[in-house]
Unconditional design. Sequence first.
Lengths: 222, 64
Amino acid sequence: MTNPDANMPNADLDMATPTNVPSMALLVALIAATVLTTAFGAGVVTGFTDAGGGDSPTVLAAIYAVWIAIVGGFALSAARVWLKRANGSKEPLSRSTRRSRSLMYVLVAFSAVIGMFLAYFAPEGTSLLSDGPIPAYPALILIMLWLVGGPIVTILWWRMTDEHDRASYVDGANIAGHAYLFITPGWWVATRAGLLPEQNPMVLLLIVAVIWSAVWFYRRYS
Amino acid sequence: MKNRLKVLRAMRNWSQAELAVHLDVSRQAVNAIETGKHDPSLPLAFKLARLFEMPIEEIFDDQS
């Protein structure tokens, strides 16, 4: 077959995002920077306080100020890029894309609520993802949210998104599933040999989720 | 799989986003099909064939 693109002046109408609109990569980088500097700052403040830095309130206040300025800068930049992308692209969206995006926003809000719930009921002095005990009532609410809300949202998303998105999701599931298949027994054997601490299911879940999301993102947007 | 989607789209002066609306998929899906990273399902291939009013084998080429 000869090159069908020859002499087709309008063949490049589209491609990725229009050039005057900030890229998705920039937005992801700014969000990652916001999250990482938040975690880094928390570590610095905790370390400083544990080392007795609480006795120097001026220094502690200065650390807080710098931390908030950096995180705020990244967060504001991310918000501006997001708004520019939302207002600047003006590209038409299909019905399935609009619906799956709306559902994704709902899912992010849903996750934030669960995170705040966990943080509120976490024992004092423990982190959000600690294994410490929590009261039974909030635990039951969280379990119901996760066991009932999770599958419902997943099924709804699966039905309303397009086949390319579903294929990206399945590829992510495939690779993440294999990662679990190989990492879990490796860790188990390493624990028995005294090389690694006991397996933590939430760490395994986090590894699987990160791999799954990374593959989905790459397949979806590359 | 190679295809003539980009040419057919350009002949109608459609952007990827506009074609995506016609097919009810995302712009990324159209881009992935055009670049051969994603082979469309049979229902989507038929949808494309109806949209461009030509047989599937005139849009997609599995020989090259």
